[in-house]
Design a protein. Structure first.
Lengths: 151, 151, 151
């Protein structure tokens, strides 16, 4: 375990509209507002999306199993924004349900909002965090450099 | 995408008890404390509830598909509170599980808490947001009027 | 319904690493940083965990139904930290998915992180809350003592 202590800074209440691409819009927001570290929650619906629903086998680096859908699903999600190579990178886990079918995984790549997705982005202030690629593990874990003592 | 920038204001740590109606209690809280804009997270269990688990077809206005249960389910949820016609309106997406059965959707109307639901309500300060009915789309999207610049 | 009004205090951005025990690490964090009341959100993956996926029957005290897994699942969760008998107690509801299988329940006891779990812990400031065992109900509901008026 590693951690950094900070405070909540700016909070963005975001409405992403029918037809928009969810992750693309979040990246646009992060770039426009120069958000470097944040956690967010969301609720809404998606017409199309792709989720990684676990690794084929429980070993690293993981070989992802994909699930995609192209009819409207209700969603809820928790995610974060950190810089990787100077650019905002979104990490988002979501549950997606339609009738009896529910999937849960890591939402990546293109998606299309159905009606609306509401997102609440909490900027993390007073920490310095970056994602740095780890080829061996097969992902880019977030690392911290404490830049201020808030106590 | 539209968004408003604010800060977290008051935070309400709420215990909703066995037999209570979840959404009704949240509306009571919002009215009593004059909460106009908020996001919340919850965890607990429900004995009864109804969820919209997607539209019948992927078109707007949507024809909702309902799923109801009347035995105890574990829940987690993410929601928000905004005023619509001057009254607090709850939008809540939740996952509900019991054994092998999991549903995910938009929790609406009457429900009954089983044992307890714990809710954490974060007031959104410095923004002006309202839900305004859009007949064509078939729902009331949240709209913003920026009332202060917090930077 | 009972509730307490406070503010967000310190925020901990936490990376829990491959092989770590999720709840144990959160307890360590709470003890080290003297966190008495907090809410948290998490996303990541677990190699092993056990969830209570509801009561056998919808009555109190509940007889828990357990679901355990020992292959990697994607997770998202919402939880809280309050003191019980002077020690931090974790209450965590999570959804866990692998391919077509999704479970949702109360994550308890030992678990093992797969790759990473990212946790965002929001300290609740200005409230006094404790869990106190209620033998009849079969759990320890959180109770409040308002210690300051923040308005």
């Amino acid at each position: 375990m590693e951690y950094a202590k900070g405070r909540i800074g700016r909070v963005f209440t975001v409405r992403i509209d029918h037809g928009d691409d969810l992750i693309l819009e979040l990246i646009k927001l992060a770039e426009l507002e120069r958000i470097e570290s944040a956690v967010f929650m969301l609720l809404g619906a998606l017409k199309e999306a792709k989720l990684v629903t676990g690794p084929k086998e429980s070993k690293t680096p993981p070989e992802p199993v994909w699930f995609g859908f192209d009819d409207a699903h209700e969603v809820l999600g928790i995610g974060d924004i950190f810089l990787k190579d100077g650019k905002p990178k979104i990490h988002l886990h979501a549950g997606a349900g339609r009738g009896d079918n529910v999937k849960l995984g890591c939402l990546r790549g293109e998606s299309e909002v159905f009606m609306v997705v509401e997102v609440f982005v909490f900027e993390l202030e007073g920490i310095s965090a970056r994602r740095i690629e780890d080829q061996e593990q097969g992902f880019a874990p977030v690392g911290f450099e404490q830049i201020s003592n808030l106590e």
